[in-house]
Design a protein. Structure first.
Lengths: 265, 263, 268
């Protein structure tokens, strides 16, 4: 797969090089090569089962948890392989945070949810932790809503707030990249809107990679889009990768066009 | 427990035979000391097996009530594990066996002998170290039987003076067998057992210089023993006499010896 | 339905029977004197079970201290680390542990644990410590199976979420998964407490059954259950009533423990 018109000399935050992924005998991803830019939002789109989430989960090595997984090719973070044997996996996951499809707040207080990450990366000072919690909750625009109930169980929050709390929790460990795996699919439109606004703000500091089912969302929030699809052998491949506006106005690949127009009617 | 079970079996068997036989049948009631009771039950079981036409009914109640029952005729035989006092001398009495009590220690223990007074003080908890009675400097691990057991009753009766009690710190085991097992495995332990159950895994202590042997019990020089008495209002006849003759026969004595008594 | 009713009525009958048998001595001695009395000497008319309450509490707490850390570690191993083949071997093996008759545990304790304590730590060997170790092993199946189920029933997202924050697998278990499974684990501990408190046969053999307050974990004690077990053979009259009364106390304590466990598991 070519690099879809990107200039090779540009520096990428994350680069995948001919990545192949097997779950046991099942070949999930084939030869995915792409570069993801810093301080931008990249959307991965495509029909169900095309390997979008699998690709996303490669970026912070979440797939490692699945027994029988086999990864070929390489993924670079700031030019360094994250699959290098000498790399500390928890450092990589700290640098590349993840927000899941369903809000997965931990069954503990709102405050503890935020500080659990920094605490395990060595921040022991109480006032420093309080500072982190306040600033992260402010970044996700949750501070005013929860500042008086920080000690209450996070499970009591409505889903939209829980998801923003999960984002705040991811921010608390000061990541460089944030992965969002259909993070709005379980939310109502209003919460979705809030989170999209939030993404736009965060993109000034972080590189954000999202997986989404929603074309509209990809168009609304992302700077870059990657379209994936399974090929004739039922293996996930990257079909087209370009600036979002270009892809949606003028898709190069026939399959991309069919998918987009099919969806837009 | 085992004795009781056997006794129950004996009663059941006798009931069955009584129902089935239909011929001449007699019933002997034996009541009294709970220390003698288990032995009476074993004897009764064996006796009934040989004489199915006779039923033996063994009950507890304690020595005094056994003597009273025999005196009033409520029971054919009263059992007592103590000597009769002056008021009770009028009855017909036979000693079926003696129950000797051995004070046992681990064979590794250098102590071979205690005085009677030392023994009392060891079990009241006033002496807690073997050093105080001439042994090693080690804490004494007292092993006693549970409240209500005949052997504990015998110990309290024969060793402890009025107002003396076995210290609550003593370890409590619920059978002669487990006392013996424990003493044989713990070098600093001391316990008491029926004399007949002493074997070479434990050592019976001499008391005031007298060895704990069956001979010394029979001669009366070793005085940690109780007589097991059968009492009747008058000289027994019929089935009662037959039962007592059985007990005093070599076979009956062999059964008692096997159970640890001195016939 | 009929079976359920008959088992309930059997339970009710047992309860009533125990209360009828035991209540007279409690009224005679007085509830306070019975529970807080320091001397148990039925032949002298003294019926105080406080040393046995302390004894039961000591061996039960000891059993939990021994059994809970091991049990939870096993549960974590089985639910998080063990390959399926190992898990399939260990699960039935642990259930088998629950099927071993308690007298076998007691005998094993008497032959190995008791002499070991006597020779290496001192005292008579028959002790709170010996009983705690044996009971700790006996409650393992309860602790392991309930903790494992509650760990396995956690949503996978907790673990993924924790790992995504850069926590190690151990940190994820220790700080996210265990707290999340807390109610199940607490229920496991409480049920283990009940089992340890109620065990009799194994304890009789290794706890020493002294009726004095213990001064160290190397001292022998008597528990509520062993008091009944060891003396019921010959007990009559008030002594017998007092053993039933001991049963009432034990019954109430175990009822409270089981009710607590039920309450904790139902709350979530």
């Amino acid at each position: 797969m070519s690099e879809s018109g990107l200039k090779p000399q540009m520096k990428y935050k994350i680069e995948t090089k001919a990545v192949n992924l097997h779950y046991g005998s099942f070949h999930a991803l084939k030869d995915v090569t792409m570069g993801i830019r810093d301080c931008s939002i990249t959307a991965i789109i495509g029909p169900s089962g095309c390997g979008k989430s699998s690709l996303l989960r490669l970026f912070n090595r979440t797939n490692d948890l699945i027994p029988g997984v086999k990864i070929g090719g390489d993924i670079l973070l700031d030019g360094d392989s994250i699959y290098d044997k000498s790399k500390d996996i928890s450092v990589i996951r700290k640098r590349v945070g993840m927000v899941f499809q369903k809000p997965n707040v931990f069954p503990m207080s709102i405050y503890d949810n935020i500080i659990i990450g920094p605490k395990h990366h060595g921040v022991k000072n109480r006032s420093k932790l309080e500072e982190i919690s306040e600033s992260c909750l402010k970044q996700v625009a949750l501070w005013d809503e929860v500042k008086d109930i920080l000690k209450k169980s996070a499970l009591d929050l409505p889903a939209g707030q829980q998801q923003r709390l999960c984002i705040a929790r991811a921010l608390a460990v000061e990541p460089e990249v944030i992965l969002m795996d259909e993070s709005c699919s379980a939310l109502d439109p209003e919460s979705t809107m809030k989170i999209e606004e939030l993404m736009a703000n965060l993109a000034q500091k972080y590189s954000i990679i999202i997986v989404t089912h929603s074309m509209e969302q990809a168009v609304r929030v992302s700077d870059w889009s990657a379209f994936m699809m399974i090929n004739e052998d039922k293996i996930g491949t990257l079909v087209e990768y370009s600036e979002t506006t270009k892809m949606f106005q003028n898709p190069k690949d026939q399959r991309t066009e069919d998918y987009i127009t099919g969806r837009f009617g | 427990m085992k004795f009781k079970l056997l006794g129950l079996l004996a009663i059941l068997t006798s009931l069955l035979t009584a129902c089935g036989g239909g011929g001449a049948y007699a019933r002997v009631i034996v009541a009294g000391s709970t220390s003698v009771q288990p032995y009476s039950e074993i004897l009764a079981e064996e006796f009934v097996f040989l004489n199915p036409e006779i039923t033996i009914d063994v009950q507890g109640g304690g020595s005094s009530s056994g003597i009273r029952a025999a005196s009033t005729g409520t029971s054919d035989i009263g059992m007592s594990s103590r000597a009769l006092n002056e008021d009770e001398m009028d009855y017909w009495v036979v000693e079926i066996a003696r129950d000797g009590l051995a004070i046992v220690v681990n064979p590794q223990n250098p102590i071979h002998e205690l005085s009677f007074e030392q023994l009392q003080h060891v079990f009241t908890g006033e002496i807690t170290n073997w050093g105080e009675v001439g042994g090693n400097d080690a804490r004494i691990h007292l092993i006693a039987r549970e409240e209500g057991s005949g052997t504990r009753g015998a110990f309290e009766e024969l060793v402890m003076a009025d107002g003396q009690f076995i210290t609550p710190r003593a370890i409590v085991q619920s059978s002669n067998g487990s006392v013996r097992q424990l003493v044989s495995s713990d070098p600093n332990s001391i316990g008491f057992l029926s004399l007949g159950l002493v074997d070479d895994t434990v050592r019976a202590l001499d008391l005031d210089g007298v060895a704990a042997t069956a001979e010394n019990v029979i001669s009366g020089t070793y005085n940690l023993f109780r007589p097991f008495l059968y009492i009747s209002r008058e000289a027994p006849e019929g089935a009662t006499a037959k039962f007592i003759d059985f007990i005093l026969s070599p076979y009956g004595k062999a059964i008692l010896a096997e159970e640890g008594l001195i016939p | 339905m009929a079976l359920a009713l008959s088992s309930i009525s059997a339970l009710a009958l047992i309860t009533i029977f125990i209360i009828i048998q035991g209540a007279p001595i409690i009224t005679e001695v007085g509830m306070f004197n019975f529970i807080f009395g320091m001397t148990w000497a039925p032949s002298q008319g003294e019926f105080g079970i406080f040393p046995m309450i302390v004894g039961s509490a000591a061996v039960t707490v000891g059993a939990v201290l021994v059994g809970v850390p091991i049990g939870i570690c096993c549960a974590i191993f089985l639910s998080e680390f063990a390959p399926v083949s190992v898990r399939n071997f260990f699960r039935p093996a642990i259930q088998l542990l629950a099927g071993i008759p308690s007298v076998v545990y007691g005998f094993w304790g008497l032959l190995f644990i008791v002499p070991f304590i006597r020779e290496h730590l001192g005292g008579p060997g028959l002790s709170i410590l010996a009983a705690s170790i044996i009971l700790g092993i006996m409650i393992l199946p309860t602790i392991i199976s309930i903790s494992e189920v509650s760990l396995l029933s956690l949503p996978r997202q907790y673990k993924e979420g924790a790992l995504a924050l850069g926590m190690t697998q151990w940190q994820a278990i220790r700080y996210v998964q265990l707290p999340a499974a807390k109610s199940g684990i607490v229920a496991a501990i409480v049920l283990g407490l009940g089992r340890a408190m109620g065990e009799t046969m194994a304890v009789i053999m290794i706890v020493g059954n002294s009726v004095a307050l213990p001064q160290s974990i190397l001292d022998p004690v008597r528990t509520l259950t062993t008091n009944i077990g060891i003396e019921m053979g010959y007990a009559a009259g008030e002594h017998r009533q007092a053993l039933f009364a001991t049963g009432i106390v034990l019954f109430i304590v175990i009822m409270i423990l089981n009710a607590t466990a039920q309450y904790i598991t139902r709350r979530k």
